[in-house]
Design a protein around this ligand. Structure first.
Ligand code: ADP
Ligand code: MG
Length: 379
Protein backbone atom coordinates (compact mmCIF):
# COMPACT_ATOMS: atom_id res chain seq x y z
CA UNK A 1 0.00 0.00 0.00
CA UNK A 2 1.38 3.44 -0.79
CA UNK A 3 2.28 6.05 1.82
CA UNK A 4 -0.16 8.54 0.36
CA UNK A 5 -2.54 8.32 3.30
CA UNK A 6 0.15 8.86 5.92
CA UNK A 7 1.58 11.74 3.89
CA UNK A 8 -1.84 13.41 3.71
CA UNK A 9 -3.10 12.83 7.24
CA UNK A 10 -0.14 11.73 9.39
CA UNK A 11 -1.65 8.39 10.42
CA UNK A 12 -1.99 4.98 8.75
CA UNK A 13 -4.96 3.96 6.60
CA UNK A 14 -7.22 1.25 8.02
CA UNK A 15 -8.17 -0.26 4.72
CA UNK A 16 -7.68 0.19 0.96
CA UNK A 17 -9.53 -0.81 -2.20
CA UNK A 18 -8.56 -0.79 -5.85
CA UNK A 19 -11.08 -0.47 -8.69
CA UNK A 20 -10.19 -0.47 -12.40
CA UNK A 21 -11.13 1.68 -15.35
CA UNK A 22 -12.59 -0.16 -18.32
CA UNK A 23 -12.71 -0.52 -22.02
CA UNK A 24 -15.84 -1.68 -23.75
CA UNK A 25 -15.06 -4.52 -26.16
CA UNK A 26 -18.41 -4.06 -27.90
CA UNK A 27 -21.94 -2.78 -27.17
CA UNK A 28 -21.85 1.02 -27.29
CA UNK A 29 -24.78 3.28 -26.32
CA UNK A 30 -26.80 0.12 -25.66
CA UNK A 31 -26.96 0.42 -21.85
CA UNK A 32 -29.67 3.09 -21.76
CA UNK A 33 -31.64 1.09 -24.34
CA UNK A 34 -31.65 -1.92 -21.96
CA UNK A 35 -29.50 -3.87 -24.41
CA UNK A 36 -26.16 -5.68 -24.13
CA UNK A 37 -22.51 -4.78 -23.67
CA UNK A 38 -19.19 -6.55 -23.15
CA UNK A 39 -16.71 -4.45 -21.13
CA UNK A 40 -13.37 -5.60 -19.69
CA UNK A 41 -11.31 -4.11 -16.85
CA UNK A 42 -8.13 -2.16 -17.50
CA UNK A 43 -4.92 -2.96 -15.66
CA UNK A 44 -5.13 0.71 -14.55
CA UNK A 45 -7.37 1.94 -11.77
CA UNK A 46 -7.91 4.04 -8.67
CA UNK A 47 -6.88 3.09 -5.13
CA UNK A 48 -8.86 4.49 -2.22
CA UNK A 49 -7.36 4.40 1.29
CA UNK A 50 -9.58 5.19 4.25
CA UNK A 51 -9.61 5.50 8.03
CA UNK A 52 -12.51 6.28 10.34
CA UNK A 53 -13.17 9.52 12.22
CA UNK A 54 -15.75 9.95 14.94
CA UNK A 55 -16.68 13.61 14.39
CA UNK A 56 -19.13 13.30 11.49
CA UNK A 57 -16.70 14.81 8.98
CA UNK A 58 -15.48 13.44 5.66
CA UNK A 59 -12.11 14.63 4.43
CA UNK A 60 -10.96 13.77 0.90
CA UNK A 61 -7.70 14.28 -0.97
CA UNK A 62 -6.24 12.99 -4.23
CA UNK A 63 -2.62 12.34 -5.17
CA UNK A 64 -3.61 13.83 -8.54
CA UNK A 65 -4.92 17.11 -7.11
CA UNK A 66 -3.83 19.72 -4.55
CA UNK A 67 -7.25 20.35 -2.99
CA UNK A 68 -8.24 18.81 0.33
CA UNK A 69 -11.97 18.92 0.95
CA UNK A 70 -13.47 18.66 4.44
CA UNK A 71 -17.26 18.64 4.91
CA UNK A 72 -19.80 17.48 7.53
CA UNK A 73 -21.52 14.30 6.31
CA UNK A 74 -24.85 15.58 7.63
CA UNK A 75 -24.66 18.57 5.25
CA UNK A 76 -24.03 16.54 2.06
CA UNK A 77 -26.65 17.16 -0.61
CA UNK A 78 -26.47 16.66 -4.40
CA UNK A 79 -23.94 19.06 -5.89
CA UNK A 80 -22.86 20.48 -2.50
CA UNK A 81 -19.20 19.68 -3.28
CA UNK A 82 -18.01 20.58 -6.78
CA UNK A 83 -15.10 19.16 -8.79
CA UNK A 84 -13.35 15.82 -8.37
CA UNK A 85 -14.16 15.51 -4.64
CA UNK A 86 -17.86 15.43 -5.55
CA UNK A 87 -17.42 11.91 -6.96
CA UNK A 88 -15.85 10.85 -3.63
CA UNK A 89 -18.18 12.45 -1.08
CA UNK A 90 -21.09 11.55 -3.41
CA UNK A 91 -20.43 7.92 -2.52
CA UNK A 92 -20.66 8.72 1.20
CA UNK A 93 -23.88 10.63 0.50
CA UNK A 94 -25.29 7.65 -1.45
CA UNK A 95 -24.50 5.22 1.40
CA UNK A 96 -26.30 7.57 3.79
CA UNK A 97 -29.27 7.80 1.40
CA UNK A 98 -29.37 3.98 1.32
CA UNK A 99 -29.92 4.05 5.09
CA UNK A 100 -26.39 3.45 6.37
CA UNK A 101 -24.84 5.37 9.21
CA UNK A 102 -21.39 6.65 8.20
CA UNK A 103 -19.71 8.12 11.30
CA UNK A 104 -16.92 10.02 9.52
CA UNK A 105 -13.72 9.24 7.64
CA UNK A 106 -10.57 10.39 5.89
CA UNK A 107 -10.05 9.31 2.27
CA UNK A 108 -7.07 9.46 -0.09
CA UNK A 109 -7.41 8.43 -3.72
CA UNK A 110 -4.59 7.70 -6.15
CA UNK A 111 -5.37 6.93 -9.78
CA UNK A 112 -3.55 5.66 -12.87
CA UNK A 113 -6.50 5.81 -15.32
CA UNK A 114 -6.06 8.70 -17.76
CA UNK A 115 -8.73 11.25 -16.80
CA UNK A 116 -11.40 12.13 -19.35
CA UNK A 117 -10.14 9.62 -21.95
CA UNK A 118 -13.30 7.54 -22.07
CA UNK A 119 -11.67 4.84 -19.94
CA UNK A 120 -13.90 5.62 -16.98
CA UNK A 121 -11.60 7.06 -14.36
CA UNK A 122 -14.79 8.37 -12.76
CA UNK A 123 -16.27 4.88 -12.19
CA UNK A 124 -12.89 3.59 -10.97
CA UNK A 125 -12.84 6.45 -8.46
CA UNK A 126 -16.42 5.89 -7.23
CA UNK A 127 -16.11 2.11 -7.03
CA UNK A 128 -12.79 2.19 -5.15
CA UNK A 129 -14.29 4.60 -2.61
CA UNK A 130 -17.51 2.56 -2.37
CA UNK A 131 -15.59 -0.66 -1.68
CA UNK A 132 -13.35 1.02 0.89
CA UNK A 133 -16.18 2.77 2.77
CA UNK A 134 -18.29 -0.39 2.83
CA UNK A 135 -15.35 -2.41 4.12
CA UNK A 136 -14.29 0.16 6.74
CA UNK A 137 -17.73 0.34 8.36
CA UNK A 138 -18.82 -3.25 7.64
CA UNK A 139 -21.90 -2.06 5.77
CA UNK A 140 -22.47 -5.51 4.24
CA UNK A 141 -22.96 -4.37 0.64
CA UNK A 142 -23.02 -6.95 -2.14
CA UNK A 143 -21.58 -6.12 -5.58
CA UNK A 144 -24.95 -4.85 -6.83
CA UNK A 145 -25.13 -2.45 -3.85
CA UNK A 146 -21.63 -1.12 -4.59
CA UNK A 147 -22.60 -0.54 -8.23
CA UNK A 148 -25.78 1.26 -7.18
CA UNK A 149 -24.00 3.50 -4.68
CA UNK A 150 -21.24 4.37 -7.18
CA UNK A 151 -23.83 5.15 -9.84
CA UNK A 152 -25.86 7.33 -7.51
CA UNK A 153 -22.75 9.35 -6.77
CA UNK A 154 -22.19 10.04 -10.47
CA UNK A 155 -25.84 10.35 -11.58
CA UNK A 156 -27.49 12.00 -8.59
CA UNK A 157 -24.73 13.68 -6.60
CA UNK A 158 -22.39 14.92 -9.35
CA UNK A 159 -25.28 15.03 -11.83
CA UNK A 160 -23.81 13.16 -14.83
CA UNK A 161 -26.56 11.05 -16.46
CA UNK A 162 -24.61 7.90 -17.39
CA UNK A 163 -25.90 4.33 -17.71
CA UNK A 164 -24.78 1.39 -15.56
CA UNK A 165 -22.00 0.11 -17.83
CA UNK A 166 -18.95 1.71 -16.23
CA UNK A 167 -19.65 0.89 -12.59
CA UNK A 168 -20.79 -2.66 -13.42
CA UNK A 169 -17.54 -3.27 -15.28
CA UNK A 170 -15.37 -1.75 -12.56
CA UNK A 171 -16.95 -3.88 -9.83
CA UNK A 172 -17.65 -7.20 -11.58
CA UNK A 173 -14.92 -7.81 -14.18
CA UNK A 174 -12.43 -10.65 -13.71
CA UNK A 175 -8.96 -11.32 -15.01
CA UNK A 176 -8.74 -12.87 -18.51
CA UNK A 177 -12.48 -12.35 -18.97
CA UNK A 178 -14.87 -9.85 -20.45
CA UNK A 179 -18.18 -9.17 -18.70
CA UNK A 180 -21.42 -9.79 -20.57
CA UNK A 181 -24.07 -7.41 -19.24
CA UNK A 182 -27.79 -7.54 -19.97
CA UNK A 183 -29.00 -4.07 -18.98
CA UNK A 184 -32.64 -5.11 -18.75
CA UNK A 185 -32.25 -7.83 -16.16
CA UNK A 186 -28.86 -6.54 -14.92
CA UNK A 187 -27.70 -10.15 -15.15
CA UNK A 188 -24.02 -10.48 -15.92
CA UNK A 189 -21.62 -13.31 -16.64
CA UNK A 190 -17.91 -13.64 -17.25
CA UNK A 191 -16.93 -14.49 -20.82
CA UNK A 192 -13.49 -16.04 -21.45
CA UNK A 193 -11.09 -13.61 -23.09
CA UNK A 194 -7.66 -15.10 -22.55
CA UNK A 195 -5.79 -12.94 -25.04
CA UNK A 196 -2.44 -14.02 -23.61
CA UNK A 197 -3.21 -17.66 -24.32
CA UNK A 198 -4.21 -16.77 -27.89
CA UNK A 199 -1.10 -14.66 -28.58
CA UNK A 200 -3.18 -11.49 -28.82
CA UNK A 201 -3.27 -8.04 -27.21
CA UNK A 202 -5.77 -5.25 -26.99
CA UNK A 203 -4.20 -1.94 -27.86
CA UNK A 204 -5.80 1.06 -26.19
CA UNK A 205 -5.33 4.24 -28.21
CA UNK A 206 -6.11 7.35 -26.17
CA UNK A 207 -6.52 9.91 -28.93
CA UNK A 208 -6.19 12.85 -26.50
CA UNK A 209 -9.14 14.42 -28.33
CA UNK A 210 -11.93 15.73 -26.07
CA UNK A 211 -14.62 17.41 -28.06
CA UNK A 212 -17.02 19.74 -26.30
CA UNK A 213 -20.02 18.09 -27.96
CA UNK A 214 -19.99 15.14 -25.57
CA UNK A 215 -22.62 16.09 -22.98
CA UNK A 216 -25.18 17.70 -25.28
CA UNK A 217 -24.92 15.02 -27.97
CA UNK A 218 -25.15 12.22 -25.40
CA UNK A 219 -28.40 13.66 -24.06
CA UNK A 220 -29.65 14.08 -27.62
CA UNK A 221 -28.89 10.42 -28.51
CA UNK A 222 -30.76 9.24 -25.43
CA UNK A 223 -33.77 11.38 -26.37
CA UNK A 224 -33.68 10.12 -29.99
CA UNK A 225 -33.61 6.51 -28.82
CA UNK A 226 -36.56 6.92 -26.48
CA UNK A 227 -38.51 8.84 -29.15
CA UNK A 228 -37.86 6.04 -31.68
CA UNK A 229 -38.98 3.39 -29.17
CA UNK A 230 -42.15 5.39 -28.52
CA UNK A 231 -42.89 5.66 -32.26
CA UNK A 232 -42.29 1.92 -32.68
CA UNK A 233 -44.54 1.13 -29.72
CA UNK A 234 -41.88 -0.78 -27.76
CA UNK A 235 -40.68 -0.07 -24.20
CA UNK A 236 -37.02 0.14 -25.30
CA UNK A 237 -35.04 -0.34 -28.52
CA UNK A 238 -33.81 -3.58 -26.95
CA UNK A 239 -37.26 -4.93 -27.80
CA UNK A 240 -36.67 -4.69 -31.56
CA UNK A 241 -35.08 -7.94 -32.75
CA UNK A 242 -32.48 -8.18 -35.45
CA UNK A 243 -34.91 -9.83 -37.89
CA UNK A 244 -37.59 -7.20 -37.21
CA UNK A 245 -35.25 -4.37 -38.18
CA UNK A 246 -36.37 -3.84 -41.80
CA UNK A 247 -40.01 -3.65 -40.68
CA UNK A 248 -39.16 -1.24 -37.86
CA UNK A 249 -37.16 1.02 -40.18
CA UNK A 250 -40.11 1.05 -42.60
CA UNK A 251 -42.36 2.39 -39.87
CA UNK A 252 -40.10 5.38 -39.16
CA UNK A 253 -40.05 8.34 -41.51
CA UNK A 254 -37.23 10.34 -39.94
CA UNK A 255 -33.91 9.20 -41.46
CA UNK A 256 -32.02 10.27 -38.32
CA UNK A 257 -34.18 8.04 -36.11
CA UNK A 258 -33.82 5.22 -38.66
CA UNK A 259 -30.05 5.41 -38.35
CA UNK A 260 -30.14 5.50 -34.55
CA UNK A 261 -32.40 2.44 -34.43
CA UNK A 262 -30.23 0.55 -36.92
CA UNK A 263 -27.17 1.15 -34.76
CA UNK A 264 -28.75 -0.01 -31.51
CA UNK A 265 -30.42 -3.10 -32.99
CA UNK A 266 -27.37 -4.26 -34.96
CA UNK A 267 -25.04 -3.45 -32.05
CA UNK A 268 -27.05 -5.64 -29.66
CA UNK A 269 -26.84 -8.45 -32.24
CA UNK A 270 -23.08 -7.96 -32.59
CA UNK A 271 -22.60 -8.25 -28.82
CA UNK A 272 -24.48 -11.55 -28.79
CA UNK A 273 -22.44 -12.91 -31.71
CA UNK A 274 -19.19 -11.81 -30.08
CA UNK A 275 -20.15 -13.61 -26.87
CA UNK A 276 -21.10 -16.69 -28.90
CA UNK A 277 -17.65 -16.81 -30.51
CA UNK A 278 -15.83 -16.36 -27.20
CA UNK A 279 -17.97 -18.84 -25.25
CA UNK A 280 -17.79 -21.36 -28.07
CA UNK A 281 -14.02 -21.50 -27.52
CA UNK A 282 -13.67 -20.10 -31.03
CA UNK A 283 -10.61 -18.16 -32.12
CA UNK A 284 -10.89 -14.67 -30.53
CA UNK A 285 -9.56 -13.26 -33.81
CA UNK A 286 -13.02 -13.97 -35.21
CA UNK A 287 -14.53 -11.14 -33.13
CA UNK A 288 -12.42 -8.61 -35.03
CA UNK A 289 -14.98 -8.26 -37.81
CA UNK A 290 -17.70 -7.42 -35.26
CA UNK A 291 -15.49 -4.79 -33.64
CA UNK A 292 -14.92 -3.01 -36.94
CA UNK A 293 -18.60 -3.30 -37.94
CA UNK A 294 -19.45 -1.71 -34.58
CA UNK A 295 -17.16 1.21 -35.37
CA UNK A 296 -18.69 1.75 -38.81
CA UNK A 297 -22.16 1.71 -37.24
CA UNK A 298 -21.16 4.22 -34.54
CA UNK A 299 -19.54 6.42 -37.18
CA UNK A 300 -22.24 6.36 -39.84
CA UNK A 301 -25.50 5.52 -38.06
CA UNK A 302 -25.09 6.74 -34.49
CA UNK A 303 -22.77 9.57 -35.58
CA UNK A 304 -20.69 9.74 -32.39
CA UNK A 305 -17.20 9.20 -33.82
CA UNK A 306 -14.78 11.95 -34.80
CA UNK A 307 -11.76 12.48 -37.02
CA UNK A 308 -9.24 11.30 -34.40
CA UNK A 309 -11.14 8.09 -33.55
CA UNK A 310 -11.65 7.27 -37.24
CA UNK A 311 -7.95 7.83 -37.95
CA UNK A 312 -6.91 5.58 -35.04
CA UNK A 313 -9.28 2.81 -36.11
CA UNK A 314 -8.54 2.97 -39.85
CA UNK A 315 -4.78 3.09 -39.30
CA UNK A 316 -4.91 0.13 -36.92
CA UNK A 317 -6.96 -1.85 -39.44
CA UNK A 318 -4.59 -0.95 -42.29
CA UNK A 319 -1.57 -2.04 -40.28
CA UNK A 320 -2.79 -5.51 -39.39
CA UNK A 321 -5.33 -5.28 -36.52
CA UNK A 322 -8.00 -8.02 -36.59
CA UNK A 323 -10.55 -5.44 -35.54
CA UNK A 324 -10.71 -1.93 -34.08
CA UNK A 325 -13.35 0.46 -32.84
CA UNK A 326 -13.97 3.56 -30.79
CA UNK A 327 -14.77 2.63 -27.17
CA UNK A 328 -16.83 4.72 -24.77
CA UNK A 329 -19.33 7.43 -25.58
CA UNK A 330 -17.47 8.98 -28.53
CA UNK A 331 -16.54 12.50 -29.70
CA UNK A 332 -12.96 11.85 -28.62
CA UNK A 333 -11.52 9.58 -25.98
CA UNK A 334 -10.12 6.18 -26.83
CA UNK A 335 -10.18 3.44 -29.46
CA UNK A 336 -9.23 -0.22 -29.07
CA UNK A 337 -7.58 -2.58 -31.56
CA UNK A 338 -7.25 -6.36 -31.40
CA UNK A 339 -3.75 -7.21 -32.58
CA UNK A 340 -1.27 -10.08 -32.68
CA UNK A 341 1.17 -9.81 -29.77
CA UNK A 342 4.01 -9.51 -32.26
CA UNK A 343 2.31 -6.64 -34.13
CA UNK A 344 1.78 -4.27 -31.18
CA UNK A 345 4.86 -2.16 -31.94
CA UNK A 346 4.14 -1.92 -35.67
CA UNK A 347 0.49 -0.92 -35.14
CA UNK A 348 1.46 1.58 -32.43
CA UNK A 349 4.05 3.17 -34.69
CA UNK A 350 1.65 3.36 -37.61
CA UNK A 351 -0.93 5.14 -35.44
CA UNK A 352 1.65 7.58 -34.05
CA UNK A 353 2.88 8.34 -37.58
CA UNK A 354 -0.64 8.86 -38.92
CA UNK A 355 -1.46 11.35 -36.14
CA UNK A 356 1.80 13.15 -36.71
CA UNK A 357 1.19 13.37 -40.48
CA UNK A 358 -2.31 14.74 -39.82
CA UNK A 359 -0.92 17.42 -37.48
CA UNK A 360 -2.77 15.97 -34.47
CA UNK A 361 -1.57 15.70 -30.85
CA UNK A 362 0.32 12.44 -30.31
CA UNK A 363 -1.99 9.74 -28.91
CA UNK A 364 -1.07 7.61 -25.89
CA UNK A 365 -1.05 3.92 -26.81
CA UNK A 366 -0.71 0.92 -24.48
CA UNK A 367 -1.28 -2.83 -24.71
CA UNK A 368 -3.49 -4.63 -22.20
CA UNK A 369 -4.99 -7.90 -21.03
CA UNK A 370 -8.35 -7.95 -19.23
CA UNK A 371 -7.68 -7.36 -15.52
CA UNK A 372 -9.50 -7.89 -12.21
CA UNK A 373 -12.45 -5.84 -10.93
CA UNK A 374 -12.74 -3.97 -7.61
CA UNK A 375 -11.05 -5.64 -4.66
CA UNK A 376 -9.56 -5.01 -1.25
CA UNK A 377 -5.81 -4.45 -1.12
CA UNK A 378 -4.09 -6.43 1.62
CA UNK A 379 -1.18 -5.21 3.74
P1 ADP B 1 -13.65 9.49 -17.60
O1 ADP B 1 -14.51 8.74 -16.65
O2 ADP B 1 -13.87 9.10 -19.02
O3 ADP B 1 -12.19 9.43 -17.24
P2 ADP B 1 -15.17 11.68 -16.58
O4 ADP B 1 -15.30 13.10 -17.00
O5 ADP B 1 -16.38 10.84 -16.49
O6 ADP B 1 -14.06 11.02 -17.52
O7 ADP B 1 -14.49 11.63 -15.14
C1 ADP B 1 -13.28 12.29 -14.91
C2 ADP B 1 -13.35 12.98 -13.56
O8 ADP B 1 -13.20 11.99 -12.51
C3 ADP B 1 -12.21 13.94 -13.35
O9 ADP B 1 -12.52 15.20 -13.90
C4 ADP B 1 -12.13 13.99 -11.83
O10 ADP B 1 -13.14 14.83 -11.32
C5 ADP B 1 -12.47 12.55 -11.43
N1 ADP B 1 -11.26 11.74 -11.23
C6 ADP B 1 -10.89 10.62 -11.89
N2 ADP B 1 -9.72 10.12 -11.41
C7 ADP B 1 -9.36 10.94 -10.39
C8 ADP B 1 -8.26 10.96 -9.46
N3 ADP B 1 -7.27 10.05 -9.50
N4 ADP B 1 -8.22 11.96 -8.56
C9 ADP B 1 -9.20 12.90 -8.51
N5 ADP B 1 -10.24 12.92 -9.35
C10 ADP B 1 -10.33 11.97 -10.28
MG1 MG C 1 -16.66 8.79 -16.61
Amino acid sequence: MSDAFRTAYGRPAECAWHAPGRINIIGEHTDYNEGFALPAALPLGVTAQVAARDDGMVRASSVQDDDVVTVPIADLAPGSVQGWAGYVVGVVWAFREAGHRVPGLDIVVDGSVPIGSGLSSSAALECAVAGAVDDLFDLGSDPADLIAVARRSENDYVGVPTGALDQSASVLCREAEALFVDFRTMRTRGVPLDLDGAGLRLLVIDTQARHQLVDGEYARRRAECSRAAELLGVPMLRDVDDDELPGALGRLTDPVLQRRVRHIVTEDARVLRTVQVLEGQGDPRAIGAYLYASHVSLRDDFEVSCRELDLAVDTAMDSGAHGARMTGGGFGGSAIALVEDGDTDAVTEAVMDAFDAAGLTAPVVFAMQPARGAHRLEG
